[in-house]
Design a protein around this ligand. Structure first.
Ligand code: SAM
Length: 359
């Protein structure tokens, strides 16, 4: 028998309006129930399995200048590197020897990675590790480029929409970047056939709770297969360095840790089959961040397979969490931490499960 509160939550989730979602966000009385229900939904969809993805940060060069990001083009003090095909394959080799079967190639928008180069890299990974999944997270490209990369063998693409409110998007990005194009990219990716990931930051400058409700509404309409949600963390070389003390950047999000967990939980309720990572940013914010996200419905973690000598250069925000220095050691730590919290570490591809309605 569901309590009245649970019934209200499930009724809103069934037909989510922005207003009703905002009501759930504002009313703390609902939060524990939302998180518990989300954990139950994840268990029904995927059990207690947590899928591992090997993250390879392929480039810290970026042509964009997102105001929040440590590798933005205007940060003259950022350390810049890019990995070539052989180096990326080396990371995959390390990952594959440890049992990883998904490789996530993430980086700034670096024009060095032409379609031709990227297609070659994807084909090489697929040839060496047949059956593995390749996820790309390389920002905005043309529809034609996304199609070529898909045909070369890429399976998934992560592109957070960052915020679904145009005025807020404009506060976080320079005029050259538009929410309209970001959303168009997400639509193209889905149409091409990628398992597509959207997502947003929580507690970013000038963010209101209404913005978060708009993010959830957008997610419920786009229905991406993956959703990445992480707290905004300031970078000392960015225009948001003084975020905490500057009232002009104030956010309505008072408690970014718990608000991020709540967003994970609501996303899980809205999209029961989504693959939702417990993000590194969350682990950076709090040692309990990952476990709390898993308990509220997350089911993916992304250990770092990047070469050790470049890890310190891929700094999107200050004090980035790292789990062990060496990949094997990190994997063992992950396994132990997951088992301790009652989860099973799963190194299989962990593809999106179509739900009954979509099938
Ligand atoms: N260039 C690709 C893109 O734009 O999607 C992928 C790399 S981008 C650096 C990956 C994600 O990092 C962004 O989508 C953003 O949400 C997150 N990020 C960047 N700066 C951040 C910050 N200061 N705090 C938290 N997350 C941040």
């Amino acid at each position: 028998m569901k309590s009245t509160r649970e019934q209200t939550i499930l009724r809103i989730i069934k037909r989510p309006t922005q207003e009703a979602l905002l009501g759930l966000i504002r009313n703390e009385e609902y939060h524990n129930d939302i998180k518990r229900l989300a954990g139950e939904v994840r268990d029904r969809s995927y059990g207690h399995r947590v899928y591992l993805r090997g993250l390879i940060e392929i480039s810290s060069y970026c042509k964009n200048n997102c105001y929040y990001c440590g590798i933005r083009s205007a940060n003259a003090n950022a350390l810049r590197y890019r990995l070539n095909r052989e180096q990326i394959l080396g990371c995959c080799r390390t990952g594959a020897s440890l049992g990883f079967s998904t490789f996530v190639l993430q980086g700034g928008e670096d024009p060095w990675y032409t379609d031709e180069r990227l297609c070659g890299i994807i084909r090489s990974i697929k040839a060496e590790y047949p059956g593995c999944a390749v996820t790309l997270s390389l920002g905005e490209r043309s529809g034609e480029s996304y199609r070529l990369l898909y045909e070369a063998g890429a399976d998934r693409y992560l592109l957070r929409h960052e915020t679904a409110t145009p005025a807020h998007y404009a506060r976080l990005h320079p005029p050259a970047l538009s929410l309209r194009n970001r959303m168009q990219c997400l639509t193209s990716l889905k149409e091409i056939g990628y398992q597509t990931g959207a997502g947003f930051m929580v507690g970013s400058p000038c963010q209101s709770l209404e913005h978060l409700a708009a993010d959830l509404k957008y997610i419920s309409e786009l229905a991406p297969q993956m959703v990445g949600i992480g707290p905004f963390l300031p970078h000392h070389e960015s225009p948001f360095a003084d975020f905490a003390s500057d009232p002009s950047m104030a956010t309505e999000v008072q408690d970014p840790l718990n608000m991020t967990i709540l967003m994970v939980a609501l996303t899980r309720l809205l999209l029961p089959y989504a693959l939702i990572p417990a993000t590194t940013a969350l682990a950076t914010l709090s040692p309990q961040g990952r476990e709390k996200a898993l308990d509220a419905g997350a089911n993916v973690i992304m250990p770092n397979l990047s070469p050790e000598d470049v890890r310190g250069a891929y700094l999107l925000y200050d004090n980035k969490a790292s789990f062990g220095t060496e990949a094997a050691e990190s994997l063992e730590k992950n396994r132990q931490a997951l088992e301790k919290s009652g989860y099973i570490m799963d190194m299989s591809r962990g593809d999106y499960k179509q739900n009954d309605i979509e099938a």
